[in-house]
Design a protein around this ligand. Structure first.
Ligand code: SIN
Length: 535
């Protein structure tokens, strides 16, 4: 099971809660007494039960957070947050815009003078409190992620562990922001390098990892002494708000962490235009990333971007078939194919092509699709109807150009935004599905002859985030890893994300690195101090 593999590989430290509900994905039908409608009613009751529990524990926040105060939109507007598995409205949240964003920036700006002057130990221990609280509430946060994002509960709880690990890691790194003493060229001078926080950071985060992408940005920002305005995705703001509530409880002072959500364009414009915001960090689409980069130019902000990928997953003839299947399955179907590092093109060498596609399709057939709260489900719904339409159009394009449908290829009978786990063979690199991120549970398989050809196809894209290779040759694994124009390479491994390693891409997949010791750099300015008359 892919969820279990993901959980075991990345989050060994965290145990998983199993939902007691068991809903069969074999239920079908359309009339009002049909099993599908019963299933929907059951799902709605389940949503209600979880929402009630979250409300009573204080984790269901629906207002923005400005200067430590939960705040409505100034014009009272709200937006609904839906459960993609059932269509249920989970909550209505404040729909904010320019004015609220400007106030959030001012709060962060005011809080900076105090927060940046706390000792590293003090900031570190507050971050550690936050880490502890996130873990204490991992089941509730996991349920919230599943409700608003759709991923299976085990994977959602895994995300809480993954997200919390960034807070823990950067709580530790806070104490290791070292400067330098540079040997001077003149005997009466002393030269020093200090590292100082950049100031107010705007963190714009995506819906596919509603907690982890916030933690990967806010962890290092706060550790360095920066303050933050977070803009979570309008599709999944509830997890961000719950995490912010826990941040307040952990002793992170009012104004250090602010959250505004609603009108993405108005909020984004206010953040990019403000001279008080000194850095923008964004995870999301390449198109939006380019706009933010252009918008940040006017005030010359630091920018770090984690944008789209088009990951090749190369399976050589000499690969261990079982390892290659397990790894490809894990990287393709994590979060139903909705991650930037998901394999987007599976390149298989001709000698192993038939065997691989058969065994891979068999494994994909066993993936259970359904509501993420149901036991055993490893494939939840896609985030919304637009996502399904995109997947449908990519599959149609490939099939119309000669690709062969080996499994799936249509919407799932569960309805909503569920899509069948799909395998397509004989894909060519010119097809839409190989040129752009499909961001869904569709595995396009391409055939290649030589190592050179595989490298050429793999690098034939503007993206350069993650790549995977499966081979038993040590020489080849080095050679190909070095030749791939990608920021992350998995060798005989499909799950590569961890808080201790640098995450980020080459080419149009982004700028900067997140996680690891390198993840601090983007939140720090380097100051050179030249002291004269020291002789
Ligand atoms: C992403 O999809 O942007 C993040 C995936 C990860 O952290 O592994």
């Amino acid at each position: 099971m892919i969820t279990t593999m993901f959980a075991r590989t990345i989050h060994r430290r965290f145990s998983f809660h199993h939902s007691s509900i068991s809903l069969s994905n074999s239920l079908r039908g359309n009339n009002s007494h049909s099993p599908t409608n019963l299933l929907r009613r059951e799902m709605s009751m389940e949503t209600e039960r979880i929402v009630d529990r979250l409300k009573s524990s204080g984790l269901l926040q629906t207002k923005g957070l400005i200067g430590g105060k939960w705040t409505d939109a100034y014009d009272g507007k709200t937006i609904e947050v839906n459960n993609p598995a059932s269509g249920d409205v989970i909550a209505s949240v404040a729909c904010m815009g320019e004015r609220e964003t400007k106030d959030a920036i001012s709060s962060a700006y005011d809080a900076f003078s105090h927060w940046s002057k706390l000792t590293a130990n003090d900031r570190s221990s507050r971050l550690r409190n936050w880490y502890n609280l996130l873990l204490q509430h991992k089941e509730e946060l996991g349920q919230l992620i599943t409700l608003e994002q759709g991923k299976p509960l085990k994977e959602a709880i895994g995300e809480v562990g993954y997200g919390a690990s960034f807070i823990e890691f950067f709580a530790e790194e806070a104490k290791r922001i070292y400067g330098d003493i540079i040997p001077s060229t003149l005997s009466d001078r002393r030269l020093f390098v200090l590292k100082q926080p950049v100031g107010v950071v705007a963190a714009i985060t995506p819906w596919n990892f509603p907690l982890a992408m916030i933690a990967r940005k806010v962890g290092p920002a706060l550790a360095c002494g920066c303050t933050v305005v977070i803009k979570p995705s309008e599709l999944t703001p509830l997890t961000a708000l719950a995490a912010a509530e826990l941040a307040l409880q952990s002793g992170i002072p009012p104004g250090v962490l602010n959250v505004v959500m609603g009108d993405a364009i108005k909020i984004g414009t206010a953040l990019t235009e403000s001279p008080q915001v000194r850095k923008i960090t964004f995870t999301g689409s390449t198109a939006v990333g380019k706009k933010l980069m252009a918008g940040a130019a006017d005030t010359v902000k630091k920018v770090s971007l984690e944008l789209g990928g088009n990951a090749p997953c190369i399976v050589f003839d000499d690969a261990d078939l079982e390892v290659a299947i397990k790894g490809s399955l894990a990287t393709k179907f994590r979060n139903s194919g909705q991650t930037c590092v998901c394999a987007n093109r599976i390149l298989v060498q001709e000698g192993i092509y038939e065997k691989f596609t058969k065994a891979f399709s068999d494994a994909v057939q066993n993936l259970k699709v359904g509501n993420g709260l149901s036991e055993g489900v490893s494939q939840g719904p896609l985030i919304n109807e637009a996502a399904v339409k995109k997947v449908e159009s990519f599959v149609e394009d490939a099939v119309s150009k000669g690709a062969k449908l080996l499994l799936g290829g249509k919407r799932h009978s569960l309805g909503m935004s569920f899509y069948e786990p799909t395998v397509i063979g004989d894909v060519k690199n010119e097809m839409l599905i190989a040129q752009q991120e499909v961001f869904g549970p569709v595995a396009p398989v391409l055939r290649f002859k030589t190592e050179e050809e595989a490298i050429q196809i793999a690098n034939d894209t503007n993206a350069g985030l993650a790549a995977y290779i499966f081979t038993n040759s040590i020489k080849r694994s080095w050679r190909v890893s070095e030749a791939l124009e990608y920021g992350i390479v998995g060798v005989n491994e499909g799950l590569v994300s961890t808080e201790v390693a640098p995450f980020g891409g080459f080419k149009q997949s982004g700028l900067g690195r997140e996680g690891s010791k390198y993840g601090m750099d983007d939140y720090l300015e380097i100051k050179y101090i030249c002291m004269g008359n020291m002789g």
